[in-house]
Design a binder for this molecule. Structure first.
Ligand code: AMP
Ligand code: FE
Ligand code: FE
Ligand code: ZN
Length: 282
């Protein structure tokens, strides 16, 4: 069993990188990819102990990108570095991404304060390590009694449908895919189900556009995918010659229903051949 999508507390997960390695070993994973949002800090910190304990640790990243059309939700792009570590140029580009995030965070604080919410940027940033994301906002909102739990905080304050939502001015998906490729990585469309395209024809059209944008793979296995989704995305991957990936999207305690390796109520069991095929391709 392998898991190619996980987050540490260097982005918005709750496990430290070493705790995640521990957990991967006790779950019996042969390989784990750390795919934190916008940072390699979690991977960097886990790499040495993974090597010492014989866990095959894959270097990854997850980035939010803009796509064409009126979709409000960003496309999540995973980057996998299977051959060599990402280039210094790419790491420098990530630092720029982090500044657009800080700018978004300031606007989000201002909007929440204007709604009468008693919240300061400093108390949110205190919860983050390398970066501060909306899940950290959610935690403060829950702690202060403005929301009952993580999901409620997203629904009422920081999610796409909330009145106080502010957009992040991220790069286009074509730029994102190009940066990943230039850095030696494989760019993959993450959890396609989450974009919420109901119509199968429209979804296939969207995949064609992503292929034109330089996306080279699709996350077929994911905690949010039912058996029919897995079958549909596997068929689309074959049709468009896209690499197949899969992972739980483990975040730790903030998403307690998702387990590393096995996903939601054991709906995942990703074969090792998925990673073997990725390595063969790259
Ligand atoms: P950010 O990168 O700061 O915009 O935060 C995005 C992260 O928030 C995602 O990676 C998820 O972990 C989490 N998230 C986004 N939308 C929701 C939602 N509707 N409910 C719960 N968590 C969410
Ligand atoms: Fe996340
Ligand atoms: Fe994601
Ligand atoms: Zn993720």
């Amino acid at each position: 069993m392998i898991d190619l999508h996980s987050h540490t507390n260097e982005s918005d997960g709750t496990c430290t990188p070493l705790e995640l390695v521990d957990r991967a070993l006790s779950t019996g994973l042969e390989a784990l990819a750390i795919t934190d949002h916008d940072t390699f800090a979690g991977y960097d910190r886990a790499a040495q102990s993974a090597r010492a304990y014989g866990l095959d640790l894959v270097c990854g990243i997850e980035l939010n990108a803009r796509s064409d059309g009126e979709r409000r939700r960003p496309v999540h792009v995973l980057g996998y570095f299977l051959q060599a570590p990402p280039t210094p140029e790419f790491r420098a580009w990530l630092a720029e991404m982090q500044s657009s995030r800080r700018e978004r965070n300031s606007r989000l604080i201002a909007k929440l304060q204007a709604m009468g919410v008693d919240i300061e940027l400093a108390e949110v940033e205190r919860l983050g390590r390398t970066l501060t994301g909306r899940p950290h906002f959610a935690r403060v909102l829950v702690n202060k009694g403005y929301a009952t739990d993580h999901e409620d905080a997203f629904r009422r304050y920081v999610g796409e449908a909330a009145p106080s939502f502010v957009e992040r001015h991220g790069p286009h998906v074509a730029t994102t895919a190009q940066k990943i490729r230039e850095a030696g990585g494989l760019a993959v469309w993450a959890h396609p189900i989450r974009l919420g395209i109901r119509d199968a024809t429209a979804e296939e059209q969207f995949i064609r556009k992503l292929c034109d944008s330089g996306i080279g793979g699709i996350e077929v296995y994911h905690s949010d995918h039912g058996p029919q989704d897995v079958a549909r995305y596997a068929a689309l991957a074959a049709k468009y010659n896209l690499a197949v990936t899969g992972g739980s999207d483990f975040h730790g305690d903030i998403k307690p229903d998702i387990e590393l390796g096995t996903g939601r109520q054991e709906n995942l069991d990703i074969p090792n051949s998925v990673l073997e095929n990725l390595r063969r391709r790259s």
